[in-house]
Design a protein around this ligand. Structure first.
Ligand code: MF3
Ligand code: CO
Length: 296
């Protein structure tokens, strides 16, 4: 996009603002577009306005509440199917729809993802009881009045070993460090850089087969948000809403997808994996974590 102080496109050497401004010229047809139109046209990103933001905020608050309540039920002896049914019931009681249910191809069969130990993500709730020493990720997303919120967190079942404790903490810190850098003007690639740097310094690897994503009007929107070093240098702007959901492995980053259910992703070396996820709004001054429970 041509800037007011750039040389005019006509080539006479004067600044654009003193010359053909505001005519964008033949090569800069986007220059007259506002940020919102520019981001949609160039990147396919929907910049949200205040009324949509308020509705997405409500959906995210509901998601955070249901995630927390569901995680409070997780303990040795409880099955992930019971957690699923509980989250499903709370969702319907709130007048919402579970976003995961029937999502994708093949349709995801349950309302939450439950990923235990070496399961990286997209684990399917079943009738196997949780046991002491397990680490569990519960991933929950809902649709409230047509708007999406998405979040996940880890739960340690009783005492877990050092390696599991470590990967759970590193994944948590990766998410927090990435959120801290989010503000208007920073390139999207900064998120992956911060996460990869911390994960590697902590002797962990970063999964590159799944990414964070724009969210709010749809479950998965542009942009993709890689958690590893990348060259997506799109500047963050106010009104962008996306998830950050780093999957951090204690061993190698490689994974395999279950050939029977086509969803469950497991680490190739069988070592544990952890993930935490928030939905983030870019504000004029920085960011707002939409899936953190607020007081009201
Ligand atoms: N947070 C996960 C994601 O964005 C939720 C997956 S739900 C599923 O991919 F249905 F796709 F499994
Ligand atoms: Co997500």
């Amino acid at each position: 996009m041509i800037g007011r102080n750039d040389p005019c496109w006509c080539g006479n050497g004067m600044k654009w603002k003193k010359c053909h401004y505001p005519d964008p010229g033949p090569l800069n047809q986007d220059a007259h577009l506002g940020v919102k139109e520019h981001y949609l046209k160039k990147y396919g990103i929907f910049i949200k306005e205040e009324d949509a933001i308020q509705k997405i905020r409500r959906s995210c608050q509901l998601a955070a509440q249901i995630l927390q309540k569901t995680c409070e039920q997780a303990r040795a002896g409880v099955t992930t199917l019971e957690l699923n049914d509980y989250a499903h019931r709370l969702t319907l009681e709130a007048g919402a729809i579970p976003a995961a249910l029937h999502y994708g191809r093949p349709p995801f069969p349950k309302s939450i993802c439950t990923s235990i130990n070496d399961v990286v993500c997209h684990g399917i709730p079943d009738s196997v009881p949780l046991k002491e020493g397990d680490i569990l990720n519960v991933d929950y997303a809902c649709i409230l009045n047509g708007f999406f919120g998405d979040c996940s967190q880890m739960v340690c079942i009783g005492e877990v070993n050092q390696e599991k404790k470590h990967v759970v903490k590193v994944a948590y810190d990766c998410l927090q460090l990435a959120i801290e850098v989010c503000k208007p003007g920073i390139p999207l690639s900064e998120i992956g850089k911060v996460i990869e740097t911390h994960a590697h310094a902590s002797h962990c690897s970063v999964v590159n087969k799944f990414v964070g994503h724009g969210v709010g009007l749809r479950f998965h929107e542009e942009p993709q948000v890689p958690h590893y070093r990348n060259s997506i240098h799109i500047p963050l702007v106010p009104g962008m809403i996306f998830t950050i959901e780093p999957m951090i492995n204690a061993g190698v980053r490689e994974l395999s997808i279950d050939s029977q259910d086509h969803w469950t992703a497991r680490t190739l070396d069988g070592k544990p994996s952890a993930q935490w996820e928030h939905t983030i709004l870019i504000t004029n001054t920085g960011h707002e974590i939409l899936t953190i429970l607020s007081m009201n």
